[in-house]
Design a protein around this ligand. Structure first.
Ligand SMILES: Cc1cc2nc3c(=O)[nH]c(=O)nc-3n(C[C@H](O)[C@H](O)[C@H](O)COP(=O)(O)OP(=O)(O)OC[C@H]3O[C@@H](n4cnc5c(N)ncnc54)[C@H](O)[C@@H]3O)c2cc1C
Length: 242
């Protein structure tokens, strides 16, 4: 974003944005000066009806209804009243918002995991093979219990992602922790339950499609690898080293 005396000019774009094709406004985290320093970024509120804003739907058979798409800003001119907060405070504000979003995402992943496990449990108790419910098979129960353990771990972490009264930076770390945990646990849980669904998992509304869509928990809002890199950076905090 170029900050001018009477206004601003925004050039650039971002691909894969939820609600891109129906949103009235986009909150844009834009660089106002070169360099990686965290004060080099400013948030701008952009009306998507402004001239030089283009929204294009993403080409995907997944995530129906998410209106996911790509936004392009080709020299969008706006008044300085479209700057959110103070110039240079964009990344700090973004980090605060991201921590809340990551917590919400983890709660969503946990609810999804619980729903899938409940459905899988019902399926296993009703599906009869060799005259007995699948649920009576020890190997099946072990596989199911492994997924249940992952979900219970995620649930426990969601209840307390950081110690009570933790500092702001520790809360940000808690956000990274729950996001990485949600993505990896959900992936393992859905893989386990998809296998136990057998061929039924490939129906139009089956778990195999859900599994592909749920992979977004490890990508959208920051990849799992990025979260793990953040956790490694703060290993001392997490381990409680002096
Ligand atoms: C469904 C969906 C919705 C989205 N919604 C939004 C939205 O509303 N707003 C928004 O701003 N963005 C949104 N995004 C974009 C999302 O934030 C990016 O896709 C994400 O940050 C990853 O960037 P990328 O796709 O460019 O992957 P890349 O950066 O190209 O990474 C590709 C892969 O490379 C590997 N990798 C990357 N970096 C590292 C690293 N540091 N260490 C190790 N491995 C690494 C990982 O395996 C990673 O998955 C959405 C994406 C999806 C899929």
């Amino acid at each position: 974003v170029a900050l001018e005396e009477t206004g601003l000019r925004l050039t650039g774009g971002k691909r894969w944005i939820v609600n891109a094709t129906i949103a009235d406004y986009a909150v844009v985290l834009a660089r106002h000066r070169p360099g990686p320093h965290f004060t080099s970024f400013t948030q701008v509120l952009v009306p998507t009806c402004a001239p030089a804003v283009q929204a294009e739907p993403a080409s995907t058979v997944l995530l129906a209804g998410s209106r996911v798409g790509h936004l392009r800003f080709s020299g969008v001119r706006l008044g300085r009243d479209h700057i959110i907060g103070r110039t240079g405070q964009g990344l700090a504000a973004f980090a605060d918002q991201a921590a809340t979003e990551r917590m919400a995402g983890a709660l969503w992943a946990n609810a999804l995991a619980r729903r899938v496990l409940t459905g899988t449990y019902q399926h296993l108790t009703r599906r009869i093979l060799g005259g007995r419910p699948l649920w009576d098979n020890d190997a099946v129960r072990q596989r199911f219990a492994g997924s249940l353990l992952e979900q219970q771990r995620l649930q426990a972490l969601c209840r307390q992602p950081c110690p009570p009264g933790a500092s702001r930076s520790r809360q940000l770390l808690g956000g990274m922790l729950v996001k990485a945990a949600a993505a990896t646990s959900l992936e393992a849980i859905l893989a386990g339950c998809a296998q136990l669904a057998g061929a039924e998992g490939f129906r139009d509304d089956g778990i195999q499609l859900l599994r592909a869509e749920a992979a977004m928990f490890g990508i959208a809002g920051g990849t799992t690898e990025t979260m793990l890199a953040g956790l490694a950076d703060h290993a001392d905090d997490l381990l409680g080293a002096p």
